[in-house]
Design a protein around this ligand. Structure first.
Ligand code: 13P
Ligand code: SF4
Length: 302
């Protein structure tokens, strides 16, 4: 039996649910029960509540699964699977900002720690950030944490001029995608549509035909009559797209756009996680309760 078969057998024996983010290695995506964006994976954890969840993604995503399904045992196969963006803001930062902006509503992108989620008013993901902000009362300013590019995009689309951004917050994978990378690809594939993740810089978003979350990219490519797409996000996204839509062509904007921590989840580590039931995500009860409030308020919106 090869490792993939061993994982599938063990998964069945233990009744485990394997969730994988769209940026996971191809071989991990292939053994997962659900592959999706942050919002879809959060919903899957909330709706299914299985005894055992193995989360192939980064730590904040596994924490979100634990918050939404606290009775499940949630495992993350790699302890090195942090998120550079999530680490740019702490719960202490939020407490300090609350003093600076006492009237503001605090919105946190789901790419934050459970402690940060516990301190804010509402969460959002890249799939629903605009809608979440548009539905907030208009008589109070909004502090948007932590991704400055997503916040900037939300500001532009929602037309709200009272959004306070966190200048330290960005994702290095998306920040390193340059306007020149898109222009080069457009020259190589003049017919292609450009799809970008909202964590990209404004100069990249301006050149895009559509701005979408990772799963929003799949929906757009499915519905579009175009045959070729330039994908401005983490490189592995093209694996998921090619698998779902083999008749279309997907070109990563840059071969070097890769999230190193996502790739620390390997088949070997996934097997070990299932076998030894490591590494368990544990959160304090009060953090779960308060962070859940912020996530539930987001899920009620959409
Ligand atoms: P999605 O919510 O679009 O899956 O993105 C998560 C992420 O980490 C993007 O870098
Ligand atoms: Fe975090 Fe960026 Fe990796 Fe997404 S791609 S998990 S935002 S470091």
């Amino acid at each position: 039996m090869d490792l993939k078969e061993k994982i599938l057998k063990l998964k069945q024996e233990k009744g485990a649910l394997i969730l994988a983010h769209n940026y996971q290695l191809p071989e991990i995506q292939d053994v997962a029960d659900i592959v999706g964006d942050s919002l879809e994976l959060s919903r899957a954890a909330a709706n299914r509540k299985p005894k055992l969840i193995v989360f192939c993604g980064v730590i904040f995503m596994a924490e979100t699964a634990k918050i939404l399904s606290p009775t499940s045992k949630v495992l993350i196969p790699s302890l090195s699977a942090g998120c550079f963006l999530a680490d740019t803001v702490t719960a202490e930062d939020v407490k300090r900002l609350r003093q600076e902006y006492p009237d503001a509503i605090f919105v946190a992108y789901v790419n934050t720690s459970a402690e940060v989620k516990a301190e804010v008013d509402i969460c959002c993901t890249s799939a629903n950030a605009v809608e979440v902000v548009q539905r907030l009362p208009e008589d109070r300013p909004v502090v948007f944490l932590p991704d400055r590019n997503l916040g900037n995009y939300v500001q532009r689309v929602s037309g709200r001029s009272d959004i306070i951004l966190w200048e330290k917050g960005y994702c290095y994978v998306h920040e390193h995608i340059r306007k020149e990378d898109v222009l080069t690809r457009k020259q190589e594939y003049p017919e292609a549509k450009v799809i970008a993740h909202p964590e990209c810089k404004p100069e990249v978003l301006e050149l895009s035909d559509v701005i979408a979350s990772t799963s929003g990219m799949i929906r757009y490519a499915m519905e579009s009559s175009a045959k070729t797409f330039i994908i401005c996000t983490e490189r592995e996204m093209t694996y998921r797209l090619k698998k779902d839509l083999p008749e279309k062509e997907f070109i990563p904007v840059s071969e070097s756009a890769t999230c190193k921590t996502m790739k620390t989840v390997t088949l070997e580590r996934l097997y070990r996680a299932l076998q030894d039931e490591v590494y368990e995500v544990n959160l304090a009860e009060d953090i779960i309760e308060r962070a859940k409030g912020s996530i539930d308020r987001m899920l009620e919106v959409l």
